[in-house]
Ligand binder design. Structure first.
Ligand code: ASP
Ligand code: MG
Length: 477
């Protein structure tokens, strides 16, 4: 988004009246085109992987736009909403315009989801449920947007609420887990540059049929980053109940440290490996669009200077660690297909069936079984997909030729993450050694360029996290 202003027509070798006139006409036309583009605002298409050349917006405006986002606990009751309003107003200064994205009040989405399930009963699932689920679940954010707008007005500010369809935040039709396809930021830009604070209901959008959609649990983080990208915001501040991203869960390791800066790549791994601070998709979007994201606490009084954590690109981080964080997730199940016939095509068949059932597979290990000519195929899925996985495979037992399927839910995935792994050897070794010293058995391993994950018995989760945090010296910075 920082493409330099193009210096077209800047040719001082132009000689003669005709060429000067030509150049002037060119400037005038360029100026008109840019003004028009700016007035139209910025319509971002989120299926594009890379940022568009939005320099016309960047260079014609004088205002810095900032997006703030308040999560459920920060909107938990009227007092907290009032503090959110005051934190917002503390960001108001000349030359800055503000958009605020809000979550539903803490617990509200759960309450609404339970109501929806209660009304639907057992039988209604999938398409017969999800569209109305969205209508119901999105109501929580509608209420908080209105409440925060009123709280801001009470403090004398001009503010109004915006629902997903009003912005509009356009999504696909995958109800209950919709993806943002594009946001036309022009109306929002016009409103905030006119001095009004826009309070936008997070988590919700509108699908091509004009129906309400929601972005999946935790989706208001994604709303905030997407809106920041769409209005060309200088940054997106996520106010939450912690004061930043930590080297690991401080409830397990009290000496865990707040990380001052973390790269998009590491944050993406952390979010998808179990750290709950930001929704994975929001980090993906911040990375693709280069939106700097700050994680801050909403439990401080306005004016209190807090460092928080900046999620940014790797080249903005001076101090690099081999391992930056330890993450864990108990939301795992281990599925083992025992005695699967060992011949080409079997694994393709198994994972084909799982893909058809829309099940994400994470770790995979195949090993020889005792009987010759057969193998054991172990893989992990999200815990709530375990039954679906068995349902997809068990009926095909005769055709796939296996002895039995074994499912274990008492497993956890513990991961170490760090961009330094790309250039340092021995990270996995240090991990396995630390776990061995505590007598923790490793059931499966998976790696990427910047993370190593192991599957362990879930009763050892805390022990493993502590051992690894200590092994990499994370408490010392
Ligand atoms: N209120 C929604 C949820 O609880 C979205 C969010 O808070 O991000 O999942
Ligand atoms: Mg959240």
């Amino acid at each position: 988004m920082n493409a330099p202003f193009p210096r077209q027509g800047n040719n001082n070798r132009l000689a003669g009246l005709a060429s000067t006139l030509l150049a002037l006409t060119f400037f005038a036309l360029t100026f008109l085109a840019l003004t028009f583009a700016s007035a139209q605002g910025l319509c971002l298409h989120f299926w594009r992987a890379a940022p568009p050349s939005s320099w016309h917006i960047e260079h014609l405006r004088e205002m810095t736009r900032i997006v703030l986002k308040f999560g459920g606990t920060s909107m938990g009751d009227l007092d907290r909403i009032d503090r959110a309003a005051r934190l917002t107003l503390a960001e108001r200064r000349p030359g800055t315009s503000l958009a605020v994205v809000v979550s539903a009040m803490a617990g509200e989405t759960n309450r609404l989801v339970a109501l929806a399930r209660g009304a639907a009963g057992e039988g209604l699932i999938g398409a017969a449920f999800d569209d109305e689920y969205d209508v119901i679940a999105a109501a929580g954010e509608q209420v908080s947007a209105g409440l925060l707008a009123l709280a801001l007005r009470r403090h004398g500010a001009r503010a109004r609420s915006w629902l997903g369809w009003q912005a509009p935040v356009r999504t696909d039709s995958a109800h209950s887990k919709a993806r943002i396809t594009d946001i036309d930021g022009s109306a929002l830009i016009q409103a905030i540059e006119g001095g009004e604070i826009a309070v936008i209901a997070g988590f919700q959008g509108v699908d091509p049929e004009g129906r309400v959609s929601t972005l999946g649990r935790g989706g208001s983080d994604t709303s905030a980053v997407a809106i920041a990208a769409a209005i060309g915001a200088a940054r997106c501040d996520i106010y939450t109940d912690v004061d930043g991203v930590y080297t690991t869960d401080p409830r397990i390791v009290p000496k865990a440290r707040r990380i001052a800066r973390i790269s998009y790549e590491e944050m993406l791994e952390m979010a998808s490996l179990g750290a709950k601070v930001l929704q994975t998709r929001s980090v993906e979007m911040a990375m693709n669009w280069g939106v700097p994201v700050r994680v801050l606490s909403s439990f401080v009084e306005p004016g209190h200077d807090q460092p928080g954590t900046l999620v940014c690109s790797e080249d903005q981080i001076v101090e690099k660690h081999v391992v930056s964080a330890v993450a864990y997730s108990r939301d795992e199940a281990r599925v083992t297909i025992l005695g699967l016939k060992d011949e080409p095509g079997r694994a393709a068949r198994v994972f084909g069936l799982l893909a058809e059932a829309n099940i994400n597979v994470d770790m995979i290990v195949q090993s020889q079984s005792r009987q010759p000519g057969t193998a054991n195929l172990l893989f992990t899925v999200a815990e709530n997909d375990a039954d679906k996985a068995v349902a997809a495979l068990q009926p095909r037992q005769a055709e796939l030729e296996f002895d039995a399927i074994d499912v274990r839910r008492d497993v956890a995935k513990v991961s170490v993450i760090g961009v330094g792994m790309r250039s340092h050897a021995g990270v996995a070794y240090a991990m396995f050694k630390a776990l061995a010293a505590k007598g923790i058995n490793i059931e499966a391993i998976s790696t990427s360029e910047i993370k190593t994950s192991v599957l362990v018995d879930s009763q050892y989760t805390e022990l493993a996290v502590r051992a690894l945090h200590n092994a990499y010296g994370l408490e010392n910075g």
